[in-house]
Design a protein around this ligand. Structure first.
Ligand SMILES: Cc1cc2nc3c(=O)[nH]c(=O)nc-3n(C[C@H](O)[C@H](O)[C@H](O)COP(=O)(O)O)c2cc1C
Length: 441
């Protein structure tokens, strides 16, 4: 079954930028005349003017986590941005571990309605925040992913619970509900009992675009089965080739269309008008690293159970310190990446430097050089969607829009304009097939 709308259109790279709603919220606390949305509205309008495909929000459910302080609730935040934009997609990262599928179906359903078909859900299972959802520990990855899979079965069945023709237009032009075409799902599973049907009308996209982040064994299996787009941290081309080969192979075994799921990579770019300028910025950032604090960051990247306080910075990390991956309860995908670095013989100092990008793809150079790096992955088929950060900062905005994006459009890698009205159309994704077997009378 072909899940791509644009099988005949040339493949183009899709673009995403951060919606904001994080730390700058703090600054506004001292300026009551401005709202938390101000910067985000400006960024959203700049992004739409640049024809960027979507705005992205992360989901951080704990005060202490890196970057979490001031982090607004994603769905409320992008819903507000839906009213100051008309074409750009709206991606909300939301956890299945700390939410109920009936609420999730309604929350994303309403986002798709109020945005007229621009909603996307980046599903995560969370690796932090359990202290706020007690009693109890963070469930194991196996438990979290089993709950995530059942959640997807339930929300998809709820979004399919209104059959075609359930809503028609009466002789006076008003909507007519045909109750017999709205069916309960009567789901009974390990985690949830949900009768349904959903009590909001069919979504403009019928289902929001389904994304997922989490690249452990279990995460990859979930993404291969259900995701249309997987958000990844793939620091090198080899990581991207291995991951893409693995997830596409699994997706094929689930009967998914060729080229699914789309590979969405975070991209940490350092721009310079010259290569020397970019290198200088990287050098300055490295010189400002607190390597003593970095020891804890590396321990966190390796699953958290390590004490690296005594190890000399220029010594290699003994492989004997590496945790057994099945004993790691948080972000096994990222632990895999950093364990790989240890096996490559990197010193603690080099690991601290790598930890600044938390396993994401980082590159520095002129817009042309960065376009070369992007084009290499795009042509290799391991990059379909990319993050372009920094629009709130005028210098970065200029490099992103008038530099990298312009160059990628000159190379016909990124489309010059939106191709549809819904996010699904702009990503070249077809409406997923209804699964009437999930709707039980
Ligand atoms: C690129 C990327 C971005 C992620 N973003 C978030 C996020 O914003 N909020 C969150 O709770 N988890 C996030 N996660 C982690 C997911 O919660 C993931 O399901 C969980 O850590 C388990 O990861 P694992 O499959 O690697 O073990 C992200 C993971 C990746 C790979």
């Amino acid at each position: 079954m072909d899940e791509f709308v644009s099988a005949k259109q040339p493949r183009t790279l899709k673009t995403v930028t951060g919606a904001g709603g994080t730390s700058e919220t703090y600054d506004l606390a001292v300026d009551p005349t401005r709202s938390t949305l101000d910067t985000a509205v400006r960024v959203a309008k700049l992004a739409e003017a640049a024809r960027i495909d979507a705005l992205f929000t992360a989901d951080l459910l704990s005060f202490g986590a890196q970057g979490a302080i001031g982090s607004q609730e994603p769905l409320v935040f992008v819903s507000a941005l839906s009213q100051v934009t008309s074409r750009i997609g709206l991606i909300a990262t939301v956890s299945t571990t700390f939410n109920h599928p009936f609420n999730l179906a309604r929350l994303f359903g309403t986002l798709d309605h109020v945005s007229n078909g621009r909603a996307a859900w980046n599903l995560v299972t969370s690796s932090i925040g359990e202290e706020n959802f007690g009693p109890g520990e963070l469930p194991s990855p196996e438990e979290r992913y089993a709950r995530a899979a059942e959640t997807l079965e339930v929300v998809n069945a709820l979004w399919d619970s209104w059959e075609p023709g359930a809503l028609t237009v009466g002789p006076d032009g008003s909507a007519v509900l045909h109750r017999d075409r709205v069916r309960p799902i009567n789901h009974s599973g390990r985690f949830f009992d949900v009768a349904g049907p959903l009590n909001i009308p069919p979504l403009p996209q019928r289902r929001p675009v389904q994304m997922q982040a989490g690249q452990s064994e279990a995460g990859t299996a979930l993404g291969a089965r259900y995701a249309e787009v997987v958000f990844t941290s793939l620091p090198t081309l080899d990581h991207a080739l291995d991951f893409t080969r693995a997830i596409r192979g699994r997706a094929e075994r689930f009967g998914r269309a060729d080229g699914l799921p789309l590979i969405f990579s975070s991209f940490h770019a350092t721009y310079g008008a010259t290569e020397a300028e970019a290198r200088q910025l990287v050098r300055e950032r490295r010189e400002s690293i607190d390597f003593e604090r970095g020891r804890a960051q590396v321990a966190d990247m390796l699953g958290g159970g390590l004490d690296l306080s005594e190890l000399p910075l220029d010594a290699k990390l003994p492989e004997s310190l590496l945790p057994e991956i099945t004993s790691v309860n948080r972000r096994r995908g990222r632990v895999d990446i950093f364990a790989g670095y240890v096996r490559q013989g990197r010193t603690l100092r080099e690991l601290v430097v790598a930890a600044q990008d938390t396993g994401h793809w980082a590159a520095a150079g002129t817009p042309e050089q960065l376009a070369d790096a992007v084009e290499e992955r795009f042509r290799a088929g391991v990059l379909d969607v990319i993050t372009l950060g920094g629009l709130a900062d005028p210098r970065e905005h200029d490099f992103v829009v008038n530099g990298l994006l312009h160059e990628l459009r000159r190379r016909r890698i990124v489309a010059p304009d939106y191709t549809g009205t819904t996010l699904r159309e702009n990503l070249g994704l077809r409406l997923p097939a209804r699964d009437d077997s999930a709707v039980r009378t």
